[in-house]
Design a binder for this molecule. Sequence first.
Ligand SMILES: [Fe+2]
Ligand SMILES: [Fe+2]
Length: 293
Amino acid sequence: MKLAHLSDLHFYRFPSWKGIWSKRLVGLTNLYIRGRIRHFNTDIAMLAIRSVIEDEPDGVMISGDLTALGSPEEFKMARQALDPLIARIPTVIVPGNHDYYTRGAANSHRIEEYFGDVIRTPGSAETDPTYPTLHLIGETALMGMNPSCYTVGASGRIDPREVERLEILLQEPRVAGRFKVLIIHYPLFNRGGKVTPLFWRRLRNRENLIAVLSRYPVDLVVHGHDHYRYSNTMTADNGQAVYLANAGSAGYARGSVKASYNLYEIEGKKLIRVTHKNFGTGGFEITYQGPPV
Ligand SMILES: [Fe+2]
Ligand SMILES: [Fe+2]
């Protein structure tokens, strides 16, 4: 059983002048004047998607930030780019903060409008997804969380009711008996294993979620938001180690930080092998393959 993990593809398109007012102006300043636009690369994001299709995983997890400014044009682009993958491989998506970049994107549930069929729990009749979503693929149970919201900064806040629903879900036999993966945009710990010191970038009420995961541990947490690859482990109350992985960004590269994604191989409900792929001269190349580190 093999799962691919992509994050922070950040498809972007210069918005129409009408759409520039609002927070998009701040975003554009960031992207163009401070030069971040140089670091987003849609062509590389497309290559990452193609590379994942060639890897032939059993499932794909995308941990948010499909877009840069959350505009309809960017969502159209992202959908078009991801459709070949979605058509071939069961795919699970959760929103990131950039997908709710403007009040309009958040209020209109724009990401759910374009990707609702991929986000929602399969078989559910609801129009707006209830989080956590649940996707059962082979021996795995993939749960999609959504703490992303419209905010002046880039922080997230998880609805306490969502955490309560997760706690109940984790005790259901169809979930408890599987290899459990939590997909969330925000990291629970930063690269140094601590809470990120930048309050405008962090998941503000992460403690509730950590408490539930301590009581009912999952086997893997995948996330993005910080555009570089790292991993940590946390120890649950029963002594189980929970592996948390940031795959880096599949559409962003800066200096020594390359666009990247991860593959996880599961055998007998155990994570036995992790593969790191980075964008290099020959496309996406393996830079590490071995036990989870
Ligand atoms: Fe991002
Ligand atoms: Fe983000």
